[in-house]
Design a protein around this ligand. Sequence first.
Ligand SMILES: Nc1ncnc2c1ncn2[C@@H]1O[C@H](COP(=O)(O)OP(=O)(O)OP(=O)(O)O)[C@@H](O)[C@H]1O
Ligand SMILES: [Mg+2]
Length: 319
Amino acid sequence: MHAIETENLTKDYALGFWRKRPYRALDRLTLQVSPGEVFGFLGPNGAGKTTTLKLLMQLVFPTAGRAEILDRPVGDVEVRRRIGYLPENPYFYDHLTAEELLRYYGRLFGLDRATRRQRAGELLDEVGLGAERRLALRRYSKGMLQRVGLAQALLNRPQVVFLDEPMSGLDPIGRRMVRDLILRLRDRGTTVFFSSHILSDAEALCSRVAILAGGRLVSSGRLTDMLAFEVKGWDLVVDGLSADALTGLGPGLIRTTTIAEGRYALELPADARPDEWMARCTALGGRVVSLNPLRETLEDFFVRQVGAHHRRTEPGSNN
Ligand SMILES: Nc1ncnc2c1ncn2[C@@H]1O[C@H](COP(=O)(O)OP(=O)(O)OP(=O)(O)O)[C@@H](O)[C@H]1O
Ligand SMILES: [Mg+2]
């Protein structure tokens, strides 16, 4: 059983007015997501993430290939009842309050009156809008609307939930809230498929990711298994070291950067034992401020991949 499965899913948009040319937004995407997974769908602007989500929601139709959710074709009525969707730019009737909007959607889902009221209340609390529930949506900020969208996506207690950039427009507290919410959903057994262009969102949440660039899958699997994201060294920041003590640390440092009097950033090679270096620094009277693995960021990775995919091939060609 798969929560989500696509095979050679392809979408061409028609460009131009008089002479229509096909433009391949998604090129033969084959993907499987297991039940209960939190799956990150990563890629830079224009990669085809929203297109894929729209294909899964049947908001647009594929040029070729197929897609299934919960082992049924995407359009299946039973499937629709069991999924939730947060669009990229959620748009709502803005004269309604958040509470009215959720009750309205609850009616569309066929929930009875008592359940509608209860779920709307619970979800608004869960997304941190409990206090603003009676405010008209036109007075909401972008981040607040994003939260209403999340609550709406969860109203029918979906088995699989699709979130298109759920963190966009949110401040750090809001991002944290969405992260915690996604992890709670996972703990309840919900499958979460979300798109993002931010690596740290995926690192904090995902069992597996797929990376898309120029409409094509470039990589998929666990982030920790992806070669591009292997640790390339360590950045150790220490405080309270004298210049003498610093030279006493001995060879093996790739680079030393002075941040302030007595405070240094030490770059260690990938094969260094950071715990030993930290012990050495403390023995010399220093204090460890931070230790961070150095690796390629998703942004660097994209720049390389997008470079490689710069010439988007014409539909029909085979490379
Ligand atoms: N309706 C459309 N007609 C023509 N081209 C489209 C249409 N929708 C999307 N595209 C093109 O398809 C490509 C993929 O777009 P898509 O919105 O799926 O990207 P995305 O990965 O969601 O990007 P972003 O991170 O900016 O949201 C883009 O080059 C875009 O210009
Ligand atoms: Mg998008």
